[in-house]
Design a protein around this ligand. Structure first.
Ligand code: GLU
Length: 309
């Protein structure tokens, strides 16, 4: 199967998008993330048969909000749709990802969707496992299976740094507990969530994850099903409707590629032909998406007519 473009074209594209990254800003609310190299820019495109790369693709970074699609898939596999969507809605919020406001306004009070922090915390609370270690172990095993990379681990430095500055996420947990959305020990829930965000990957891993999701959950190498097709479809749909924070509508119009972003500057895209795209470029635009990465995907989508719409 043909890949979206030749490697030399991808290299040119990455080179030409580096300027867009200069307009972005490294986020400063998690101290460890402030150390990110603003000049880092990597992109991997893979479709199971072929992999092309451009830029600094071996540099590791943390998943941050990209992990929300992984925990969602696992929670849906663990507990089923009914249990998950009892706790969290399916609608885009149009609000920033950390907001408390929508929780206060909702009747009953439940997060609008699994891609905002409150929703992701509620989803993480559903993961099967009797302890923090067991839940994280299962998440890690799932990521290893999706990426075929068993060397992926948790960046403890980033996790510790975020844990020390997690008052808002802890407040979301307690607010939801008081409304019966989540139960148990909130510090433990916060720890699982923050450590899932601190999973350390490369662009290769992201591209592989995108390829599996694009193939409706099938491993591009073996054809084996890792995520049931219906769950992969739910994940892809959330990537389109809520994957790019409160810029999801604009991105759907300009690029039209199911994509999830994270504040580390990571982006994972899943094309319907089973092509996965993994990007990292840490400076973020005002909505919290990688400025250079968004430029790259919009340009690629326009040139190769990749919009799914
Ligand atoms: N760990 C970050 C937080 O919860 C992730 C945010 C993001 O990537 O959107 O604030």
């Amino acid at each position: 199967m043909a890949i979206v473009m030749e490697e030399h074209e991808l290299r040119q594209l990455v080179q030409s998008c580096r300027f867009a990254a200069r307009n972005g800003k490294i986020p400063d609310y998690i101290p460890a993330l402030k150390k990110a190299d603003p000049g880092l820019f990597g992109c991997v495109v893979c479709n199971g048969e072929k992999t092309i790369t451009a830029g600094e693709v071996e540099e590791p970074f943390t998943l941050q909000s990209v992990s929300k699609i992984i925990s969602l898939a696992l929670a849906l596999m663990d507990k089923g749709e009914e249990a998950v969507f009892q706790k969290v809605g399916m609608e885009p919020s149009g609000d920033p990802f950390y907001t408390l406001q929508a929780l206060e306004e909702g009747r009953p009070s439940r997060p609008m969707n699994p891609m905002i922090n409150a929703g992701a915390l509620a989803v993480t609370s559903l993961l099967a496992g009797n302890s923090t270690e067991e839940k994280l172990g299962r998440l890690l095993a799932f990521v290893h299976e999706l990426t075929e990379n068993t060397s992926i681990n948790i960046c403890e430095e980033t996790a510790q740094s975020e844990l020390e500055h997690a008052d808002l996420n802890l407040a979301l947990c307690h607010y939801m507990k008081s409304h019966g959305v989540v139960h148990g020990n909130m510090e433990e829930l916060l720890e699982v969530y923050i450590k899932q965000c601190a999973l350390r990957v490369t662009c290769r891993d992201l591209a592989k994850i995108g390829s599996v999701i694009g193939r409706n959950g099938n491993d591009p190498a073996t054809g084996r099903s890792i995520i049931p097709p219906r769950i992969a479809r739910i994940v892809k749909t959330f990537m389109v409707t809520c994957g790019m924070y409160n810029a999801s509508g604009e991105f759907a119009i300009k690029a039209g590629i199911p994509t999830k972003s994270g504040i580390s500057g990571a982006l994972v895209s899943a094309l319907p032909d089973g092509t996965g795209i993994g990007i990292v470029s840490p400076p973020l635009d005002e909505k919290g998406n990688s400025a250079g990465g968004v430029k790259l995907l919009e340009t690629l989508a326009e040139r190769r007519k990749l919009s799914i719409f």
